[in-house]
Design a protein around this ligand. Structure first.
Ligand code: ATP
Ligand code: MG
Length: 319
C-alpha cells in the first residue's frame, strides 16, 4: 500500500491539527510506502508574504519530524521541490471540465461569500489530483471536507485512463477519525481562523498563560460536574495518562475543586506530553543543514517516483 498526505503550511500547528490529523498521518508511516508533503504551492493561494510562507514551511517540517515522522521510513518533501507534479497538473488540466471545478466547495464557498477567487483556488483540486496521482498513491487520508477532492481526483484519473489507456492508479480516500474534535480556548472548535488555538510548540510560559485564560463556567467549587463535554476536561483527556484522566473525572464528579487547579494540571500534563517532541524540535531547529538534507533527500526520492509516472502519462497522451 502506498499512502500519501499533504499539509498546507498556512499557520502554526495547534492541538486540533495534531490530534485530529497529524497524529493519524504519522501512524500511517508503517504502511509499505508513505509520502508526506508540505503543500506550499497550495498555500500560495492564501499566503502572499514570501518570508511568512518560507518560515511556515520550515515550521511544519520541523513539527512533523519532532512529532515522530521518521524520514528513513517515510518520504518527506516540499511540494514545490517536485516540479514533475506541476507538469502533470497541466496534463490533467486539459481534460478537466469547468463544471466539475465550479461544483467544488472550496471555490464555491468563497464565491458564495462574495469574495473574489483566483484561478489557483479554482484549479486547486486539479493540482491536488496531480499531487496524488504522481505517486501512484492507493490511500489518501483526509478530513471529511476533502472527500470531494478525492472524487475529483478519481474522475480525472478515470477519464485520462479511458482516453489514453491505463496510466494512473485510482486512489481511495481514508476518512480520518474526526471524533477528536478538539475545542479551543473559547470552547468553540479549535481553529487558526478563530484565534482560539493552543499551539503545539508555543513557548511553555505563553502556553500556560493561554490555558489559565480558558473560559469556564462560574460553577461553585463544591458542586459536582459531569466531566465529559467540559472544555478543560476534554483538553486534559488528550494529554493526560489514563490514570490521571480517571482521577480527574472522579474529582469532577465529587466536586470540591476549582478550575484553577484543573488548568494547572492541564498545563503540567501538556508540558509532559509534548516534552520529548519539543526537545527533538529544538535540536533539529538548531541544525538547519540537517533539515535541508532531510528535505532534499525526500525530494529526490519523490522526484524519482513522480518522474516515472509523468513519463508514463506523457507517453500515453503523446507529448
Ligand atoms: P483554518 O482555520 O484555516 O481552517 P484549521 O486550524 O482549522 O485552519 P486546517 O488546516 O483546516 O486547520 O486543518 C488541518 C487538519 O487538522 C484537518 O485534517 C482538520 O480536520 C484538522 N483539525 C483542525 N482543527 C481541528 C480540531 N479543532 N479538532 C480536530 N481536528 C482538527
Ligand atoms: Mg479548518
Amino acid at each position: 500500500m502506498r499512502v500519501l498526505s499533504g499539509i498546507q503550511p498556512t499557520g502554526k500547528s495547534h492541538w486540533g491539527n495534531y490530534f485530529g490529523a497529524i497524529r493519524q498521518y504519522i501512524d500511517l508511516q508503517d504502511e509499505d510506502e508513505s509520502y508526506y508533503f508540505i503543500a506550499n504551492l497550495h498555500a500560495l493561494t492564501s499566503i502572499r508574504d514570501s518570508k511568512e510562507l518560507q518560515s511556515l514551511t520550515t515550521d511544519i517540517a520541523l513539527d512533523l519530524l519532532a512529532l515522530g515522522l521518521d524520514p528513513n521510513r517515510a518520504t518527506l518533501y516540499v511540494q514545490s521541490d517536485v516540479p514533475e507534479v506541476s507538469e502533470l497538473c497541466w496534463l490533467l488540466m486539459t481534460g478537466t471540465p469547468m463544471g466539475l471545478l465550479e461544483r467544488c466547495h472550496a471555490y464555491k464557498d468563497k464565491k458564495g461569500k462574495g469574495l473574489s477567487a483566483d484561478a489557483g483556488l479554482f484549479t486547486y483540486p486539479v493540482l491536488m489530483a496531480a499531487d496524488i496521482l504522481a505517486y501512484d498513491a492507493d490511500i489518501v487520508p483526509v478530513g471529511e471536507d476533502q472527500q470531494q477532492h478525492i472524487e475529483v481526483c478519481r474522475d480525472l484519473a478515470g477519464s485520462f485512463n479511458h482516453q489514453f489507456g491505463e496510466t494512473f492508479v485510482l486512489p481511495k480516500g481514508k476518512i480520518l477519525d474526526s471524533s477528536a474534535r478538539v475545542p479551543g480556548t473559547d470552547g468553540e472548535k479549535m481553529s487558526k481562523s478563530y484565534n482560539n488555538t493552543l499551539e503545539l510548540f508555543e513557548n511553555p510560559k505563553v502556553l500556560r498563560k493561554k490555558i489559565m485564560r480558558i473560559t469556564t463556567d462560574s460553577r461553585p467549587m463544591d458542586e459536582s460536574k459531569e466531566p465529559d463535554g467540559d472544555v478543560l476536561y476534554d483538553l486534559y483527556s488528550l494529554v493526560a495518562t489514563d490514570e490521571e484522566r480517571e482521577e480527574m473525572a472522579a474529582l469532577y464528579r465529587s466536586g470540591g475543586f476549582g478550575y484553577g487547579d484543573v488548568k494547572k494540571a492541564l498545563a503540567d500534563a501538556a508540558d509532559h506530553f509534548f516534552a520529548e517532541a519539543r526537545a527533538r524540535r529544538e535540536e533539529l531547529a538548531s541544525k538547519p543543514d540537517k533539515l535541508r538534507e532531510i528535505l532534499d533527500d525526500g525530494a529526490s526520492r519523490a522526484r524519482k517516483k513522480a518522474g516515472e509516472v509523468l513519463r508514463r502519462a506523457k507517453k500515453a497522451c503523446g507529448v
